[in-house]
Design a protein around this ligand. Structure first.
Ligand SMILES: Cc1ncc(COP(=O)(O)O)c(C=O)c1O
Length: 319
């Protein structure tokens, strides 16, 4: 059995008391200062694979404020692996919060326009990139590939020794984390827990098939999971002032920082689901904190959030 790498923290909130719910947070945000949350889990076996092969470097994809790009750049620096980020957007973004750090750690940014970025799963496009960057290990956007699954699955092995629970909830972007949790639960537990994904983007129904594609044969036997697609709050990276206020209030109540793009949307969904009577009395809920707090830096830089509301702010690159 794995020694848990992150703690499971019980949290209090008036709504949990009112509905007799036991809510805990699996603090994967504390796994590492930079490679935090699901990034740590998803990159673990990808990096191991990279290290034992003869690649000359690594290449991945992401938006200009991507948590994955930020974490990946740092992980490659640590392992002395040259790395390329294929970035959606103009080269003006090179000096934003996320990419300044990524470049500081040695990532070479290859900017592509939105139309080209949409081709990121096409074999032709991948072949073009392979010609420019031969012998590079290619990791998809968000780090969600088959090597991500065993890393995320370890969350379940850890939870086995930490607490009994009924429902495990995670935010969902590309689907790798949800798939890893489903697979982990299928192997670690004879009773299938409810695994609930909260999609943070609009029209996310297509992610159900993406998740299924990533499932291992054991994962495919899991029948107790669900992707909820109505809590995107307007789309990826979108949120209202009222949403932010509710997240800040929750952060103050619990002493844990959740950011508004991923983990905060999971919190808002949780609160709404509780009020709608979705959970049974005495249900034991675990929330996976997937990290991503570096994203606050970009949102503050863009004036979308105010620095005073976010006590655990990431650093800026020193000159
Ligand atoms: C902080 C954070 N939480 C959750 C997710 C969603 O994970 P996934 O893309 O595996 O669905 C992401 C994106 O990878 C993320 O950066």
């Amino acid at each position: 059995m794995h020694k848990p790498l992150s703690i499971l923290q019980k949290i209090k909130h008036p709504l949990f008391e009112k509905y007799n719910l036991d809510v805990r947070v699996k603090r994967d945000d504390l796994l590492h200062d930079i490679i935090s949350g699901n990034k740590w889990r998803k990159l673990k076996y990808n990096l191991a694979q990279l290290k034992k092969s003869n690649y000359q470097g690594a290449l991945t994809f992401g938006g200009s404020y991507s948590n994955h790009i930020h974490a990946f750049a740092y992980a490659c620096k640590q392992e002395n692996i040259p790395c390329i980020g294929v970035i959606r957007g103009e080269s003006d973004y090179a000096n934003n919060f996320t990419l300044t750090w990524a470049r500081h750690w040695g990532m070479q940014c290859h900017f592509v326009d939105r139309k080209t970025y949409r081709r990121r799963f096409e074999t032709n496009f991948i072949d073009e990139l392979k010609e420019i960057y031969p012998q590079h290990f290619i990791i998809p956007e968000g780090g969600s590939n088959s090597l991500a699954i065993p890393g995320v699955a370890e969350v379940l092995t850890e939870l086995q020794s930490q607490a009994d629970f009924d429902t495990l909830i995670t935010p969902v972007g590309s689907g790798g984390t949800l798939a890893g949790l489903i697979c982990g639960d299928s192997v670690a537990n004879s009773k299938q827990h409810k695994i609930l994904g909260i999609a943070v983007l609009k029209q996310a129904e297509y992610l159900i098939d993406e998740v299924k594609c990533l499932l291992t044969p054991e994962g495919l036997t899991h029948k107790n999971w669900e992707l909820l697609t109505r809590f995107h709050r307007g789309g990826y990276g979108k949120f209202s002032a009222a949403d932010v206020e509710r997240i800040i209030a929750f952060n103050e109540q619990t002493g844990i920082t959740f950011e508004p793009v991923y983990s905060g949307k999971m919190i808002l969904a949780l609160l709404d689901l509780i009020s709608q009577g979705y959970f049974k009395p005495y249900e034991r809920i675990v929330l996976l904190h997937t990290g991503g707090l570096q994203g606050l830096g970009g949102m503050i830089e863009q004036g979308r959030l105010s620095a005073k509301d976010w006590p655990s702010l990431p650093n800026t690159v020193e000159d």
